[in-house]
Design a protein around this ligand. Structure first.
Ligand code: CP
Length: 300
């Protein structure tokens, strides 16, 4: 049994297999509509979602299975009963647990006490399925992954961590341009760097955004992560130099602009760029569905 908890679980061939399966499912969805016949999963969300919830539910449906949505936004996992008991119950009924949680530890416990695959639909540390959909989008647009130069700009968060983890396995050079003290998780960066060394690519964290050049892809995300109620205007001064605007796109040389969404228009990305010809943000959103279908088919 395999889980997707961090993104470190899969090697390069397995990543490529998931991406290729997702592409095949995107092209010929009807060929896969009985893959999960009679199978089901629990889709548990402690936090809000548009894209991830919709696409996991649809992924079960399109594969002929059933996803049961459990709304936990008014009650964190582990409050009414232990996470272990919660997992032991669910595993008597369903074939997979999909969880969006506050703490990575919650997912680790679900995997420890449960007996079915657990898929991370976002935690404080990782958003691995997002990164897979993003790399599928890059492959579609650039026709390759190895050697691609991706710059992540802004606040180092769970999405940044997952872009590093998956990027290092797939051979992508990932440069994180973040203000000093606001970079990605140090331990995740260090472990991902070991993979990067094996796969002939480079990861870096830097704050000299004025020197950005020779990039293929620019990527950004919100400056304030979900659950943090700090008003964006309070952090604007810190992050504004990292905003993706037309000047920065031109300077970087990038041909693609990405954002995992939801976007805060004219904060981390301008309207002009988000609605411009290099933006693939809605392709990324669409690819969440195809990646989730591939993941459910592979793991269940
Ligand atoms: N990118 C992403 O995970 O979107 P949602 O928060 O809407 O699921």
């Amino acid at each position: 049994m395999r889980h997707l908890l961090t993104g470190f679980e899969f090697n390069q061939d397995e990543y490529l297999d998931i991406l290729n399966t997702a592409s095949e499912m995107k092209k010929n969805p009807l060929n896969f509509n009985e893959v999960l016949k009679g199978r089901s999963g629990a889709i548990m969300f402690e936090k809000p979602s548009l894209r991830t919830r919709t696409t996991f539910e649809l992924a079960f449906y399109r594969l002929g299975g059933h996803g049961v949505y459990l709304d936990l936004q008014n009650g964190e996992l582990g409050k009414r009963e232990t996470i272990g008991d919660y997992a032991r119950n669910l595993c008597r009924w369903v074939d997979c647990l999909v969880g969006r949680v506050y703490s990575q530890n919650t997912l680790e416990q679900l995997a420890q006490y449960g007996s079915v695959p657990v898929i991370n639909a976002l935690s404080d540390l990782y958003h691995p399925a997002q990164a897979m959909a993003d790399y599928l989008t890059i492959k579609e647009h650039l026709g390759k992954l190895k050697g691609v130069n991706l710059a992540y700009l802004g606040d180092g968060n769970n999405v940044t961590n997952s872009l590093l983890v998956a990027g290092a396995i797939l051979g992508i050079n990932v440069s994180c341009f973040c203000p000093k003290g606001y970079g990605p998780d140090v331990q995740v960066f260090s472990k991902a760097s070991e993979n990067a060394a094996k796969n002939g690519c480079k990861l870096e964290v830097r704050d000299d955004i004025e020197n950005i050049k020779n990039m293929d892809v620019l990527y950004t995300d919100t400056w304030v992560s979900m659950g943090d109620n700090t008003p964006l205007d309070m952090v604007k001064k810190r992050y504004m130099p990292y905003q993706i605007n037309q000047n920065l796109v031109d300077k970087s040389g990038a041909s693609l602009v990405m954002h995992c969404l939801p976007a805060h228009r004219n904060y981390e990305i301008t309207d002009e760029v988000m609605d411009g010809p290099k933006s693939v943000v809605f392709d990324e959103a669409e690819n969440r569905l195809h990646i989730h279908m591939a993941l459910l088919a592979k793991l269940i």
